[in-house]
Design a protein around this ligand. Sequence first.
Ligand SMILES: Cc1cc2nc3c(=O)[nH]c(=O)nc-3n(C[C@H](O)[C@H](O)[C@H](O)COP(=O)(O)OP(=O)(O)OC[C@H]3O[C@@H](n4cnc5c(N)ncnc54)[C@H](O)[C@@H]3O)c2cc1C
Length: 457
Amino acid sequence: MTRRTLLLGAGVGAVSVLLASCTPGPDPTPAPTATAKPTPGPTPSNGVPLPTAVVRSAWSTDPFALGAASFMPVGAQPGVRDALARPVGDRLFFAGEATSSDAPGTMRGALRSGQRAAVELLDAAESGERIAVIGAGLAGSAAAARLIDGGAEVTVLEARPRVGGRIESWTDDAWPVPVQFGGWLLGGADAELRGDLETLGTPIADLVPAGWFTADGEVEPVDAQPMQAAIDAASSLLADVSLSDAFSEAGVDVADPGITALLAFVAATTGADAEEVSAWFPPAVPGGDLAASTGDVIPVFDGMLDGAQVRLSSPVSRVAYDDTGVSLRLGTGESLSFDRVVVTVPLGVLKQQAIEFHPALPLTHRGAITALAMGAIETIWLQFEEPFWDAEASIWHVVDGDAPIRTWINLLPATGEPILVGLVGGAAAEEFAALKTDEAVAAAASSLGFFVPAGTP
Ligand SMILES: Cc1cc2nc3c(=O)[nH]c(=O)nc-3n(C[C@H](O)[C@H](O)[C@H](O)COP(=O)(O)OP(=O)(O)OC[C@H]3O[C@@H](n4cnc5c(N)ncnc54)[C@H](O)[C@@H]3O)c2cc1C
């Protein structure tokens, strides 16, 4: 395949939040997902300088995420997300991005799911009940905010020593802007959240519109239409097929550099590989304007959790429920009783059965947990002494059979800082997560050689 580089514009889902305010116990500390400080590997021979700082995520192995985002694999039946969202006996309520049919796998979906579950619970509850929310990610924090507004006494039990879940702003003196390990990109549909974040002082930067960036340095518009054509072709088939088979069905060559770039971008933003994801229930087609939060998003969570009792480093290991209430056992062995509970842990955690439910969840819930899939996304942040690249676009896509990291976000235009963020999705992300840091830096350098201007030694 011809080695080429693309710049893609894309619309990733995002959020719209009503943000309240609070400080949940001790300061959030960097999660185990962050590998602080660089260990640069051997000097690359392709002209890419060594970064001065490197950090990377490890969501694939993080026991409180076990993946990045849920997706519908080939053959998944409609309604599985709604089945997962259904309350059990008016005692257990479910939220989290995997329960969102409108915007799964996104910050927006997580937020709305939390608000939805809180309203369901308040409808079933008497005033003054004691409610627990398991998980202080976006869904759990949004649920807590709504429950507190409704007069409930809310305790939030969070396994990690920080709030935010799969949104993680990490600040360190070595970095001029907070590093974002998880959700941070806002699409056109996220105008409401963007407004809320900006009102609270979180800087949001527009990413420079992009197109193909070819080997000749030409920029051409990216055409997402073939993906829609593939989805349309699959919609008339008798049985569901994978997205990559749908491309074949539509007569589109998946080896075409533009399609390769599109699918790599889809994997890097949804965690789903085209060979696995359902063409009947595909992830959002990239398109539209994109923006990124470039500030610390964690105060947003503190705001939503204001008024709740937040217990960090408190993993729930068992949920026992009956007609009268819910008993939770923590990893420490401590037991706590509540009237009702909102469960917001990621699909990966439910799939792993890291929480024991007693009695077992209804068949509909277990079926949904089994039917849905968890995708992988990993990020690597590289800071350089000075930019070695001259592209002004914010999103680069490397179309090269050997490039381990195909999607890059160039933060120079948005922040003025020489920072590049590599995004890897799907099976490639799981392989990337297994690399040592020096191997990851070498992989990044080998993917970035294309951006070194001709003539650079
Ligand atoms: C690398 C990456 C990039 C992403 N990029 C984007 C993006 O650009 N735009 C976008 O819209 N979305 C993006 N997403 C998706 C988005 O971040 C998520 O959909 C969203 O944050 C999920 O929120 P949630 O509340 O459903 O789950 P989580 O944030 O995972 O919250 C669940 C909480 O439960 C806690 N928990 C787990 N187990 C237990 C237990 N046993 N006891 C107690 N607590 C427990 C976890 O620690 C966590 O805090 C990205 C995700 C990743 C990982």
